[in-house]
Structure formats: structure tokens, C-alpha cells
Design a protein around this ligand. Sequence first.
Ligand SMILES: Cc1cc2nc3c(=O)[nH]c(=O)nc-3n(C[C@H](O)[C@H](O)[C@H](O)COP(=O)(O)OP(=O)(O)OC[C@H]3O[C@@H](n4cnc5c(N)ncnc54)[C@H](O)[C@@H]3O)c2cc1C
Ligand SMILES: NC(=O)c1ccc[n+]([C@@H]2O[C@H](COP(=O)([O-])OP(=O)(O)OC[C@H]3O[C@@H](n4cnc5c(N)ncnc54)[C@H](OP(=O)(O)O)[C@@H]3O)[C@@H](O)[C@H]2O)c1
Length: 261
Amino acid sequence: MTDSKYVKETVLGTREWVPGKLFSITVSRPEHFEFKAGQFARLGLAAPDQPNAEPSVWRAYSLVNAPQQSPLEFYAIVVPDGEFSPRLAQLKAGDAVYIDRTLFGFLTIDRFEPGGTLWLIATGTGLSAYLSMLHDPTTWSAFDHIILVHGVRTCAELAYADQIAHWQGCAGTAPFNAQFTYLPIPTQESLPDTPRARITTLIENGQLETLANAPLDPATHKIMLCGNPAMVTDARNLLKTKGFVAGRRGVPGNLAVENYW
Ligand SMILES: Cc1cc2nc3c(=O)[nH]c(=O)nc-3n(C[C@H](O)[C@H](O)[C@H](O)COP(=O)(O)OP(=O)(O)OC[C@H]3O[C@@H](n4cnc5c(N)ncnc54)[C@H](O)[C@@H]3O)c2cc1C
Ligand SMILES: NC(=O)c1ccc[n+]([C@@H]2O[C@H](COP(=O)([O-])OP(=O)(O)OC[C@H]3O[C@@H](n4cnc5c(N)ncnc54)[C@H](OP(=O)(O)O)[C@@H]3O)[C@@H](O)[C@H]2O)c1
């Protein structure tokens, strides 16, 4: 197995956030498994009727833990009738899961020049990639202000709220040096002092800037978008009109995106 492009690892635990829909899973970390905050791994499962066979189905999952933290953690949704996610959700401590040795993805803070304000905008499980960045002190020392925006359907889907509240409490003190703003945005339920609207609507009408008390400035702000591909496309088009563009040919931009499907 040592020469294989993937390794067999062990599920250490699971946590359900919304029954039947959202869960987290921790998995033992392969040796020599290095990654950058924001990257994703490929997880594999063997066919259900052949648990000892080679993995036959693979899916991408962003790391939740920081590069220097173990075990590996993933935050996931159960896609009804999906081939992979309902099976991943059924795994228990001690079960096997396969991990590709190669790490993937370019949604990393080194896409941007350091300094200024970093917007981390997600829908649903797109939050995962940002949790890894926020667990990593490097992110906090690279920017002056970090704004985390999480769009979900219901309040119950605001996963990791305790962890995020912890970061709110220690923001501004070493090693969490940056100022930190958290904007949870449910669309199917109301949250006090929060408009019940999609993130894209709030970008378009300027309310996101008002909520964050941070007028968008393409000279000093950097924005990441992650999650639902329709949100990513619409938000990218809106932000383009405000001066936000992806980097290219070694020129760092101020916009980076990742689609989850
Ligand atoms: C770069 C990358 C990173 C990813 N990271 C994560 C992650 O951290 N957590 C996670 O849960 N998924 C993540 N995904 C999605 C994941 O790889 C699978 O697509 C997902 O688990 C569904 O697999 P499935 O076989 O059960 O369903 P499939 O049969 O493959 O169904 C796919 C359909 O399910 C829906 N869907 C897929 N993923 C999601 C999602 N995350 N949220 C809402 N609807 C979805 C879409 O409608 C999509 O067309 C990521 C995908 C990519 C490309
Ligand atoms: N009842 C249910 O729970 C239900 C229903 C349908 C599907 N599903 C399943 O649940 C999964 C969806 O998971 P999810 O709720 O985490 O992800 P999601 O559908 O991407 O929704 C997450 C958040 O993104 C918003 N959003 C969706 N499309 C957008 C766009 N084009 N622009 C801006 N914002 C957008 C949603 O707003 P809106 O609320 O306005 O859409 C919601 O606030 C699918 O796999 C599907 O199979 C569940």
C-alpha cells in the first residue's frame, strides 16, 4: 500500500449538526500528508458489498482542520440519493475510509497580497475551507480584518457557531491578530438584525457592506467565494462590476472562488 496513490485511514468520530443533512467526521491523518488551509482532499469508499476491496467511488472534501492540526476533519452534507455522501454519513468510529495522498485546490490565502480586509463568503458546506484558514494563525497575521459570511437555509445549519464565537472572543489578540466579523445569513428563517435574503442580493443592494461596516474597496479588500456554483457565478459577476477580479499569470487578483459541484 505504501506506493499506492491513496491510503486506508480510520474514522475516529462523527458529529451530527442537522439530523440527516449535515455532519462532521474526523479521520486519522496519513503520514506525510501536507496541505495548505483551503485545500481539499479526495475521500474514497469501497463498494458497500465488498468492504475489503479497493475504493471504487471518490469525492472531494475540503479540510476543516488547519495544516498543523490532527486528526483530519471534514464537514459534509448528505445529498439525498447521492452515491457517496449518504454512505460517508453512516460511517462509525473504527470504519475505514481511503484518502488520496495528493492534495488539491487553489482557494488559499497565498493567492492574495497580504494586508487589508479578507472576505470569506460561503454557502452551506462551503464554510469548510474557511474553517481551516481560521484555524491557521497564518491567516490572522496576513490580514487586518477578516469577514466571514455564511449563507444557509435555516439557523440550525449555522454549524461550528461555537468555534466561530470563540474566534470572535479572541480576535485582536495574538495569534488571532486581525479584527473579525461574522455574518450568519439564513434565507428560510429570520435571525435578529439580519435581512432574510441571499448573499447575492445583499451584495447587489449594498447591505452586506453595511452589515460588515466595511465598504467594498478593490484596492484593499480580497474576496473568496465557496459553495453553491450558482451563488459563486452570480456573486462573481456582481463583484466584477465593483472591481474584483481573479489573479492571472502571476499577478495576484482580489477574488478567488471554488465551486462544490
Ligand atoms: C473542490 C470541492 C470541495 C468539496 N468540499 C466539500 C465539503 O467540504 N463538504 C461537502 O459536503 N461537500 C463537498 N464537496 C462536494 C462533494 O465532493 C460531493 O459532491 C458531495 O458529497 C455529494 O456527493 P454524492 O455522491 O453524495 O452526490 P452526487 O450524486 O455526486 O450529487 C451531486 C449533487 O448534490 C448536490 N451537492 C453536492 N455537494 C453539495 C454540497 N456540498 N452542498 C449542497 N449540495 C451539494 C448538487 O446538487 C450536486 O449536483 C466538494 C466538492 C468539490 C468539487
Ligand atoms: N428541504 C431541504 O432541506 C432541501 C430542499 C431542497 C434540496 N435539499 C438538498 O439539500 C442540498 C442543498 O444544501 P444546502 O441547503 O446546504 O445548499 P444550498 O442549496 O446551496 O443553499 C445554501 C444557501 O445558499 C443559498 N443559495 C442557493 N442558491 C443561491 C444562489 N444562486 N445565489 C445565492 N445564494 C444561493 C440558499 O438560499 P435559498 O434558501 O434562497 O435557496 C441558502 O441560503 C441539496 O443537495 C439538495 O439535495 C434539501
